[in-house]
Design a protein around this ligand. Structure first.
Ligand SMILES: [Zn+2]
Length: 268
């Protein structure tokens, strides 16, 4: 197995294996205690869902939540479930040399992962340390997955309540699995190098098809979004008109204050 090198380690979607594994070796067993009141599989089994018969039990991958593009050097092997160090690595690796002003992370266990993310960043090599103080940073839970979380998480992490999200559902990060999951039936019996090369090939094809079909796709979406935007504005205005103007202004201020600073009282 050691004699199965990758064609281009870290050249495409899989992160550089040597660098990634060296980083992972520095983390012992991270037991991540959940304080979320959800019954979500990923939270309960982040530390336990693995098979002793496999060297690798899956991949962690960073995908654009809006357009479902797979990011560069965005995939790392998971050995014992979704470890935070693996997920942190692939996120930071995707963002190396990328200029971001506003970063929104959509993740089904964002309510837990987010808690110590900033302090965990400090443990990565300097080139990977994202300075969260220089950017606008938010975490959200995808709209379908958030229904599995309790009311507290739903009021804090919903894309519906955050600025600049439009109608993004944040589930783009999950949709790509429908494409790559069946590939695992082949890659599970491959050597490590061939496996990464095959995954890179599939993700490259996925991104290429995205680019080719994006024009037609966006046109269809725009034709639906424009009239629906008008319709929903009219509905909101009609509902608002049933309340005294002072009440609406007061509620709007509560929402704006919370969106600016989530330590303010949460109106949701
Ligand atoms: Zn939660």
């Amino acid at each position: 197995i050691k004699n199965d090198p990758e064609l281009g380690p870290g050249w495409a979607y899989c992160a550089n294996e040597t660098h990634y594994q060296n980083e992972m070796d520095q983390y012992g067993d991270q037991t991540e205690i959940s304080n979320c009141d959800s019954g979500l599989h990923a939270i309960d089994h982040a530390n336990t869902r693995f098979s002793k018969n496999c060297i690798v039990n899956g991949v962690g991958n960073v995908v654009c939540a809006r357009h479902t593009f797979v990011g560069k050097t965005s995939a790392g092997d998971l050995k014992k479930g979704e470890k935070y160090c693996s997920m942190d690595y692939v996120l930071l690796s995707t963002l190396v040399n990328v200029v971001v002003m506003l970063l929104v992370v959509s993740y089904d266990i964002a309510c837990q992962w987010n808690i110590n993310f900033q302090s965990r960043i400090a443990e990565f090599p300097p080139a990977m340390r994202l300075n969260l103080n220089n950017i606008s940073f938010a975490t959200v839970i995808p709209k379908f997955h958030i229904l599995g979380h309790g009311k507290k998480c739903q009021s804090l992490w919903s894309l519906n309540y955050r600025h600049w999200m439009g109608r993004t559902d944040g589930e783009g990060v999950e949709r790509e699995w429908s494409h790559i999951n069946p590939v695992a039936m082949s890659t599970k019996v491959m050597g490590p190098g061939a496996r990464h090369d095959t995954l890179d090939d599939h993700w490259g094809a996925w991104n290429w098809w995205k680019i080719v079909l994006m024009g037609r796709h966006l046109e269809t979406k725009l034709k639906e979004a424009l009239p629906m935007s008008k319709k929903h504005h009219a509905l909101l205005n009609a509902l608002s008109a049933t309340f005294p103007a002072g009440t609406v202004a007061e509620w709007t201020k509560m929402v704006n204050d919370w969106q600016e600073d989530t330590s303010q009282p949460n109106p949701f």
